[in-house]
Design a protein around this ligand. Structure first.
Ligand SMILES: Cc1cc2nc3c(=O)[nH]c(=O)nc-3n(C[C@H](O)[C@H](O)[C@H](O)COP(=O)(O)OP(=O)(O)OC[C@H]3O[C@@H](n4cnc5c(N)ncnc54)[C@H](O)[C@@H]3O)c2cc1C
Length: 309
């Protein structure tokens, strides 16, 4: 109930335009976002690398861009970001949303914008990951992915365990040997599209993680990113890997900035691959409310930021 209300708020235009103006909402978001600028994100990435040996991903927040010029501007911003990362010498990869780069305006628009930034990043030896949004975008996102990946091997895709279709999508991608980030899924979807019960989503995530680590997937060269903060899941996958002769270098964990920091550091201390996604930008509201929906206890942080300091 709370989750579906929050997911409704994340999409509501009035909430998107009004709530971010309130100081207490802006203060609460800082827990998940070091700041609104690229410099803020790179500074946080440097602190995590220097302090804890943790690598990063960064994303410029925004989605459902309805204007061609704005989508092109987002692409140019990412080109500049790729240059700034190369100059910084940090291990920071890019994570991008198809609708931020114009998918609502047409596949051709998004492809041109994503190709531009992917060329700039991969020419500098970096990686770009394509996020997965609502289920209505999955076919188009996979089409975009296949087209661009044909020319740029350092281009990854996200798959969502909660979707009924994901096992089939995974099977069709594995022979290509791509980089795949597995997530449980963050959007409101009906039960004919996505598993409605959390325990079933967890089991699907585990099954798909194991599938990505199977011998044929490893031979094909699949790069495995397991994006979860679920400590029990992490233990379960690690135990399975150990029992099946799969070393820790065969996969990495990906988490969000400000969430499960202790687990991030523990994994890094164990010399496991861990990469933290740092978000920045002015358009943080829908993204932020999805983080609240993932764990309604986070609303406590919003309420506490109402108190006078
Ligand atoms: C790097 C990264 C990239 C992602 N990209 C996408 C994407 O492209 N598309 C997409 O649909 N989803 C994406 N997600 C979100 C993902 O789908 C899940 O919604 C999210 O990760 C929560 O699931 P979980 O497995 O981490 O934890 P859950 O199983 O939901 O919870 C397990 C535990 O993790 C902790 N936890 C989880 N979420 C939070 C939170 N928000 N705040 C505080 N604690 C929390 C809590 O301790 C909780 O008990 C991404 C997540 C990560 C980490």
């Amino acid at each position: 109930m709370i989750r579906s209300t929050l997911l409704w708020i994340s999409e509501n235009d009035w909430c998107k335009n009004t709530l971010p103006r309130y100081g207490f909402v802006r203060r609460a978001v800082r827990r998940f976002m070091p700041g609104e600028t690229l410099e803020d994100a790179l500074q946080a990435a440097r602190a995590m690398a220097d302090g804890h040996g943790i690598s990063a991903l960064i994303t410029f927040l925004g989605e459902n861009v309805a204007d061609r010029a704005e989508a092109r501007e987002v692409s140019r911003h990412y080109v500049h970001t790729a240059e700034a990362i190369a100059a910084s010498g940090l291990d920071v990869e890019l994570s991008i949303k198809p609708t931020h780069l114009g998918l609502d305006l047409g596949l051709d628009v998004a492809e041109e914008n994503i190709r531009r930034l992917t060329e700039a990043a991969t020419a500098r030896g970096n990686w770009v990951w394509l996020d997965m949004e609502y289920s209505r975008y999955v076919d188009a996102t996979l089409d975009l992915y296949r087209a661009i990946r044909a020319d740029h091997p350092r281009f990854g895709i996200c798959l969502q365990s909660y979707l009924h279709r994901t096992p089939a999508d995974l099977e069709s991608l594995i022979p290509l040997g791509p980089a795949i980030r597995l997530v449980k899924g963050a959007y409101a979807e009906p039960p004919d599209i996505a598993l409605p019960v959390k325990a079933d989503v967890d089991q699907a995530f585990f099954d798909q993680a194991v599938r990505m680590l199977a011998p044929d997937a490893r031979e094909a060269g699949v790069r495995v990113g397991l994006a979860t903060h679920d400590a029990r899941m992490i233990r379960r996958v690690n135990q399975w890997a150990e029992a099946n002769g799969v070393g820790p270098d065969a996969y990495e964990y990906q988490m969000l900035y400000g969430i499960a920091d202790g687990e991030q550091r523990r994994l890094a201390r164990e010399s496991r691959g861990v990469r933290v996604l740092i978000s920045y930008g002015a358009h943080w509201f829908p993204w932020y409310v999805r983080r609240l929906a993932e764990r309604p206890a986070n609303i406590g942080f919003v309420l506490r930021s109402l108190l006078p300091r």
